[in-house]
Design a protein around this ligand. Structure first.
Ligand SMILES: Cc1cc2nc3c(=O)[nH]c(=O)nc-3n(C[C@H](O)[C@H](O)[C@H](O)COP(=O)(O)O)c2cc1C
Length: 493
């Protein structure tokens, strides 16, 4: 009996200890070939009936995507429940540490339940939409087995059972179930020809767009084409082919109980006037219909008044998209606005445009926007999205479309080395070198053929002869196929 106890302790104790102390590092995100538009057109929620076996790569991509979503202030914490434990996710190291031992999933069939704690509902919304699209990217033209659903039920359960440090605003439940193929079917067709049809499958790759997009508040004042406005509005809140479980026609965003709380509450503000965007047939409220059209509400330029409403609204953008809700205290409406804001920003980037989200808005700013656009009193603006070409005329996207991009460079302080992560868009010979600030070569880190995708290289702060370098600033360059990228690093040891 005693031997048995000792044996048990010998095996169980180290296992428990390892579980509590050793962080698990998730793999770097993989890049699929699907475009943002294809994922938006194909997204839908699966609410139940899944199994718990999904590769860790799915979790890695979903968490990475959520951390890449634009911030609306505050800081984010991520929790993950698996059949084993509840973990905290650390984005800097892509690692998981045990937060609560044991199985605390809401849905016993789920593979991962990912919760986000953040002060603002809009912020949670942006991250949730990023995570949902990242999961959708695991599907293929013939289907797949990765399904996802944002779940309020799971969120309430998580707050009661996961012992989070701050309130979890939303949980995405992910599982293994047969999923529908990716779908390019265009259903956003205008009943009155006021908007041209959007493209449901673009040339970009979702993960690359998510990695590279930036926000830019300097715009050329030149207006954009109607095709461009059509594409942006569709990405934000447009009609998609799927039908929801309660028989409503789906959109590019999920919605609590398919309530579609931003219906008739998204406005396009341009030089010629203010338009209301509709994704349903006239009068615009029947959620079992589809449309893609603009209704002119005000003729004449209201942009000067809109710009006056907040110093944080960029003053030279040719166009603004304003999203409103009827209740700013509701998680449903505010998160939904976050989904839309995320889609707009990514679509602007993939169109080679600059985009900027003014969020969150103060009560005074909301009222000033309401007055500027003469909105009904139950329309409370949540964000203003500014869009246009960049002030310099150089499209950011073209400038950055090199073959190699440095994603992140960070010192690993305790281990005394520096790690640089980069993305190769094409397989080829890669050379990584360190230079001093006078341009003198210090060390060749690697010279080898590598495949397209994410890679990393480390530098231990020594020169070619293995001698420690002096403290100071150095340049790490990575080159391939005539394309070069560099990153300034501080060697402080
Ligand atoms: C904020 C939010 C909360 C949700 N909560 C639940 C939930 O508790 N249970 C559930 O089955 N689905 C939930 N959903 C999923 C919605 O029911 C689903 O998005 C909606 O029916 C539209 O369908 P679609 O996502 O397939 O387009 C939620 C969605 C959102 C955006």
């Amino acid at each position: 009996m005693r031997t048995w106890l000792w044996l048990k302790l010998l095996f169980i104790f180290p296992a428990l200890l390892a579980g509590y102390t050793r962080p698990e590092t998730l793999p770097a995100p993989v890049i699929h070939r699907h475009s943002l538009e294809l994922l938006l057109n194909s997204r839908y929620s699966v609410h139940s009936g899944f199994e718990s076996n999904l590769p860790l790569q799915v979790l890695a991509n979903v968490l990475w995507a959520m951390t890449r979503a634009p911030f609306s202030g505050g800081s984010r914490e991520f929790y993950v429940a698996t059949p084993e434990n509840v973990y905290r996710y650390h984005p800097e190291s892509r690692s998981l540490t045990v937060h609560l031992a044991g199985d605390h999933r809401y849905n016993s069939g789920s593979a991962f339940e990912v919760g986000i704690a953040t002060p603002r509902q809009e912020d949670a919304g942006m991250a949730i939409q990023a995570g949902v699209l990242a999961a959708t990217a695991f599907r293929t033209d013939s289907g797949g087995n990765v399904v996802a659903c944002p779940m309020k039920w799971a969120t309430d359960y998580a707050n009661a059972n996961w012992n989070p440090e701050r309130e979890i605003k939303m949980v995405i439940v992910l599982g293994n179930a047969p999923s529908r193929p990716l779908d390019t079917t265009l259903v956003a067709i205008s009943s009155d020809s006021s908007l041209p049809p959007p493209i449901t499958n673009g040339n970009d790759t979702f993960e690359i767009a998510l990695m590279e997009y930036t926000q830019d508040s300097l715009f050329s004042p030149v207006g954009l084409s109607l095709e461009t406005y059509s594409q942006l509005l569709w990405a934000g809140y447009g009609a998609t082919p799927h039908i929801t479980t309660n028989n409503r026609y789906g959109l590019t965003v999920p919605s609590a109980v398919a309530g579609y709380f931003l219906t008739r509450r998204i406005y396009l503000v341009r030089e010629e006037g203010v338009d209301l965007f509709h994704n349903r047939l006239p009068p615009g409220t029947n959620l079992a219909t589809r449309d893609h059209r603009l209704e002119r509400l005000l003729t004449g330029d209201r942009r000067p008044e809109l710009r006056q409403a907040s110093a944080r609204i960029p003053s030279t953008a040719p166009a603004y998209i304003v999203a409103c809700v009827n209740d700013t205290a509701s998680y449903r409406t505010m998160q939904e606005a976050g989904f839309v804001a995320f889609n707009l920003l990514l679509q602007a980037y993939t169109l080679g445009l600059s985009g900027f989200i003014t969020i969150p808005l103060t009560i005074a700013e909301r009222n000033a926007i309401k007055n500027a656009l003469m909105l009904a009193s139950d329309n409370h603006p949540v964000f203003v999205f500014s869009v246009g070409t960049t002030a310099t005329g150089i499209r950011e996207k073209e400038r950055r479309e090199g073959l190699v991009t440095i994603v992140r460079a960070q010192p690993a302080v305790r281990r005394s080395y520096l790690r640089v992560e980069y993305l190769l868009r094409q397989t080829g010979m890669v050379e990584a070198e360190v230079f001093d600030m006078l341009g003198r070569p210090v060390r060749t880190l690697l010279r080898e053929r590598q495949s397209a995708g994410y890679h990393s290289v480390t530098w231990d702060g020594t020169d070619q002869q293995g001698r420690p370098v002096r403290r100071g600033t150095y340049l790490v360059t990575i080159s391939t196929g005539g394309s070069i990228t560099q990153h300034r690093v501080n060697w402080a040891k």
